[in-house]
Design a protein around this ligand. Structure first.
Ligand SMILES: N[C@@H](CCC(=O)N[C@@H](CS)C(=O)NCC(=O)O)C(=O)O
Length: 241
């Protein structure tokens, strides 16, 4: 049986969830609490990051590795193009999204959300039993300061991340204005990566979490500002998620 270790809120975990669902593979999900995850994940994998996929003795860490492994093991409904040129392009786009979107959208959102425990605690504790949600609320100030320090989240880095994110959104918007897919004429891991990593700006229902009811004003303005450049994310979620 396949088991996915994850944070429900994580967009990299959404990449892995989408790949599993796209292939129609039955799997267990183990939702972890940030902080508590370190010990659990390090006991089975080289570092503390999620997503991690397990099948019997096999451990696959990282969203891209998980997609590659799934395509090898379960080749029906492939996400990796077969011909070499398209395959190379798909990996390049995925890498581009992993580097230019993933960390920057996360840093920018957390810069605002970390100051709003009423919004952030429920987001980070989704899928957890009551007593763990309560405990997390108590230790939240410590978690916040560790996250700010560990992920270098501050006013300056938030401004830099916003610039990098905007450049990536413009590049993808220009591409999708001309073509339905990032590579060739088929949905691939490139589209899946770009759409899932940008999903927090679009809030698709199929992401599988309860999105916050509102956001701090400046963050909401950024979301509104990007919205009309992200119709393609909606379309990909509607057609392929
Ligand atoms: N390159 C990794 C990035 C995964 C990642 O950044 N995961 C974050 C959650 S979004 C995480 O596990 N952070 C906690 C940690 O590093 O211990 C992938 O593609 O899966």
């Amino acid at each position: 049986m396949l088991t996915l270790y994850q944070f429900p809120i994580s967009h990299y975990c959404e990449k892995a969830r989408w790949a599993l669902d796209y292939k129609g593979l039955n799997h267990n999900i183990i939702n972890l609490l940030p902080g508590e995850h370190v010990k659990k994940i390090k006991a089975i994998a080289p570092n503390s990051e999620v997503p991690v996929l397990q099948q019997d003795q096999e451990i696959i860490q990282g969203s891209g590795n998980i997609i590659s492994w799934l395509d090898e093991r379960y080749p029906a409904t492939p996400l990796t193009p077969v011909d070499l040129e398209s395959k190379t392009q798909a990996f390049e786009w995925e890498h581009y999204a992993d580097e230019n979107i993933g960390p920057h959208i996360r840093l920018y959102f957390y810069h605002y959300l970390l100051e709003e425990p009423a919004l952030t605690v429920p987001m980070l504790t989704q899928g957890q039993p009551f007593h763990k949600r309560l405990l997390f609320r108590v230790i939240y100030p410590k978690v916040r300061s560790i996250m700010r320090q560990h992920m270098k989240i501050n006013e300056r880095t938030a401004r830099i991340s916003l610039k990098i994110l905007e450049r990536a959104i413009n590049k993808l918007h220009a591409h999708y204005a001309q073509q339905d897919f990032l590579v060739g004429d088929q949905f691939s891991r490139a589209d899946l990566a770009a759409a899932s990593l940008l999903a927090p700006l679009v809030e698709p229902g199929k992401y599988g979490i309860t999105w916050p009811t509102h956001y701090p004003e400046e963050l909401q303005q950024t979301i509104n500002n990007f919205r009309d450049r992200l119709d393609w994310v909606d379309r990909l979620y509607r057609l392929y998620r």
